[in-house]
Each structure stands twice: as structure tokens, then as C-alpha cells.
Design a protein around this ligand. Structure first.
Ligand SMILES: *Cc1c(COP(=O)(O)O)cnc(C)c1O
Length: 405
């Protein structure tokens, strides 16, 4: 394959720039054989917690583990139902079912692509009933106790947390944030009159450090955050075979630790995260400006005033999406679709019994979204190239429509 003119993502450049720091991490690990636990892990956990404005960070082996451990540590398990959105990476669903709980979907807001609090309220009011005997809220669909809601801060933009937290309080639901795409994103809480960081607003939250995320390891890694010392302790147990002390197991846990070398790599990168996020934000603004001439045909991301998004992805919505992708691909421009099939229509979740039409917004959006190249080192030239090709495609599509008409 020939080299792409504008790659979807460039993971080589930042690692070349930090080569010395990253090699130092390896050198220390190899010369001390410190591969598991230790000061490098503690330091990363402390620094990442500080970055997220939370008391505790617990390093784990992936974002999926972080979310599963967070749910379990908050008491979610067998017999529970957990609410989330259909337009997310399947890991959100996996973490819920693998905690023992059942998945319940609620549709999204058409502008933000995040959980719609109005639809969440309607769901709680009409699809659930209060069971006076147990004192629990029950899902009419699954019969399960509705125990938690998992808002996903999709593409790096915060879900509407004030509204979600208020409903959660009213209905006694635990909130666990899927912040796997939102390291450093911020939300202005009207209620508290201050900006708050992703991962600091729920009972617990999950972050992924998969290489392509805004903060990525050089392999697999993740972290769970919380302000609750009991939850933090439980997450520490769960990631390490349920042991507080070697070979004394309070609960049955998992092998889900963050290894020392990855923690070291992440510590080397963390000081750059705020600047990388700023670069992503400025590239997003540039795309917005360049695309404004096509406002009739292309919807750019909507960032409400209460949100400071970190643009893990820059996602536009347009018709003829598949043909557009082919066309951009031919011109050497990398794109992605996040995600082509909503979870409720995935084969893996056929047994949940959902049907096409159940979540019309998520379904419609999934057919029209395309993610454009987005990474901190993206140049203005590259962005102009992307937009020029996009404009050519749209003009051609419009002319073709005229000819046909
Ligand atoms: C990446 C991601 C995950 C899972 O993270 P891994 O580290 O790949 O396990 C979960 N949820 C969302 C929304 C993600 O983007």
C-alpha cells in the first residue's frame, strides 16, 4: 500500500519525539527487574488521579477491565440492570455483562451523540417500576434491579452530567463514567458553578490507554478513578486476584494489573497530555471553520457551552457516507466510522431481544457519521487537503443530483 497523504492517526511521531524518556523507562525496568507494581506504578496512579481531579487512580490492564472493576466495586453484579447508550464501543457492553449485570439501552441526543437525559427520564418513568417489597427500581423488560447508569463521553465530549446525576440521585442509581475517550475533557456544572473533569463526577470512572487514545500506552493499559476510598480499595483487590496481602484472597478477583513498564511510559507522556488536547481542540476549530462553507451538507461536531471536548475523534455527519469514505480513501485520506453498527443490532447482543427501530437516533447517526483524521500533529496543509477533497465530493454529488432531477 502506498503511504497515505493524510493518515487517520499518527502514532509514530509522538513516540519518536519522546524516545529518550521512553527508553529510560525500559532501562530502569530492565536494570532493576521491576516489572510489576512498585514506585513507578504508584507515581503514575497519583499523577493521573491529580490530572483528573480525583482522590484515587487505580492502574489496570485495559479500559474494559477498568469499567468492569469499577462497576463491580460499586456493588453491581448478578441480577442488576445497567443503563448505557447503543452507540459506543462494545467494551462498554462487555464490561456491564461481564460484571454479571444486564444491559439496558437508552437513545442518544442527536446533536451531542451522547446519552439524552430526557430519554433517560422517560425510560425511568415508563420502562421501570418501583418494587415496594424490595425498595428497588425494576426494569420491566429484564426484571432486574436497575442499579447503575454508564454515560459514555463519546469522541471526547462530556455527556450532560448535571441532568444525569440529578436523575441518578432521584432514582438511586450509581453513575459510572465511561471516560475511555475523554482524558481531560471538562464539563461546566451549573449546579456547582465550576468546571469538572471527566472521570471525577460519577461514583467511579474508567479510562483506556489503548495506544490510539488521547493518552496511550505502548501496549494495553487502563485506569479506574474514584473519590471513594472503599471503591478504590475494592478495585485494587479485583485487579490483583482479590488479594490485599499476597496469597490471602478476600474475594475472587482477576489478573488485571497495569504493569510497571506501561505505567512508566504513561508517566513520560502524561505531562504532554494537556497540550496534546489543546492541539486537538485547535485542529477541531480549524476543521469547523474550513467546513463552514459546506454547512448545508456536512454537520460538524456540536460542542455545547457546558463542554470542553478533547476530540479523541472529529466526527462529521453527511449523506452518501460510504461513497465519501471510498473517495477519500482513494485520495490517500484515512477515515473511520465510530461506530457502524449500534450495539443493540450487533449479533453478539441478539439475545437481548432489541430490534431495528428501537433507538432511531443512534441508528440514523450510525449510517451517516464519518471520523476525519484527528491527532495533535495534524498540519493545516493536511486539514486543507481533507476539506478540499470533501468539497469536491459534495459538489459532484450535488451536481449529479441536479442532473438527475
Ligand atoms: C477504548 C474504549 C473502551 C475500552 O478500552 P480498552 O483499553 O480497549 O479495553 C471502552 N469504552 C470506550 C468508549 C472506548 O473507546
Amino acid at each position: 500500500m502506498t503511504k497515505q497523504k493524510v493518515p487517520f492517526l499518527d502514532l509514530v511521531t509522538p513516540h519518536q519525539q519522546l524516545k529518550k524518556e521512553l527508553f529510560d523507562v525500559l532501562e530502569t525496568a530492565l536494570s532493576t527487574a521491576g516489572f510489576i507494581g512498585g514506585e513507578a506504578l504508584n507515581r503514575f496512579e497519583r499523577d493521573f488521579a491529580a490530572f483528573c481531579d480525583v482522590k484515587f487512580g487505580v492502574g489496570v490492564s485495559s479500559g474494559t477491565d477498568a469499567l468492569r472493576f469499577a462497576l463491580m466495586a460499586c456493588g453491581i453484579g448478578e441480577g442488576d440492570s445497567v443503563i448505557t447508550v447503543p452507540n459506543t464501543f462494545i467494551a462498554t457492553g462487555e464490561a456491564i455483562s461481564q460484571s454479571g449485570a444486564m444491559i439496558e439501552f437508552v437513545d442518544i441526543d442527536e446533536r451531542t451523540y451522547n446519552l439524552d437525559p430526557v430519554k433517560l427520564r422517560t425510560y425511568l418513568q415508563t420502562q421501570c417500576e418501583f418494587d415496594a417489597l424490595s425498595g428497588h427500581l425494576r426494569s420491566k423488560r429484564t426484571g432486574g434491579r436497575v442499579g447503575a447508569v454508564v454515560p459514555v463521553h463519546l469522541y471526547g465530549q462530556m455527556a450532560d452530567m448535571d441532568a444525569i446525576l440529578e436523575l441518578a440521585e432521584q432514582y438511586h442509581l450509581i453513575v459510572v463514567e465511561d471516560a475511555c475517550q475523554a482524558h481531560g475533557a471538562e464539563y461546566f456544572s451549573q449546579k456547582e458553578q465550576r468546571w469538572r473533569k471527566a472521570g471525577s463526577m460519577g461514583k467511579a470512572a474508567a479510562f483506556s490507554f489503548y495506544p490510539g487514545k488521547n493518552l496511550g500506552a505502548c501496549g494495553e493499559a487502563g485506569a479506574a478513578t474514584t473519590n471513594d476510598p472503599q471503591v478504590a480499595k475494592m478495585m485494587q483487590h479485583l485487579r490483583d486476584h482479590g488479594q490485599a496481602q499476597k496469597y490471602y484472597h478476600d474475594v475472587e478477583g482477576y489478573n488485571g494489573r497495569l504493569d510497571t513498564i506501561q505505567a512508566g511510559f504513561l508517566s513520560a507522556k502524561l505531562p504532554h497530555l494537556a497540550q496534546w488536547n489543546e492541539q486537538r481542540r485547535s485542529r477541531a476549530q480549524r476543521y469547523n471553520q474550513l467546513l463552514s462553507v459546506m454547512a448545508n451538507s456536512v454537520s460538524t461536531p456540536f460542542e455545547p457551552p457546558c463542554s470542553k471536548a478533547v476530540y479523541h475523534l472529529y466526527v462529521i455527519r453527511t449523506q452518501n457516507r460510504d461513497r465519501l469514505r471510498d473517495c477519500l480513501n482513494e485520495k490517500g485520506i484515512g477515515t473511520g466510522i465510530h461506530y457502524p453498527v449500534p450495539l443493540h443490532l450487533q449479533k453478539a447482543y441478539a439475545s437481548l431481544g432489541y430490534r431495528k427501530g428501537d433507538f432511531p437516533i443512534a441508528e440514523a447517526v450510525s449510517e451517516e457519521i464519518v471520523s476525519l483524521p484527528m491527532f495533535p500533529q495534524l498540519t493545516l496543509d493536511q486539514q486543507e487537503m481533507v476539506v478540499a477533497e470533501l468539497q469536491l465530493f459534495i459538489r459532484a454529488a450535488e451536481t449529479a443530483a441536479c442532473v438527475r432531477a
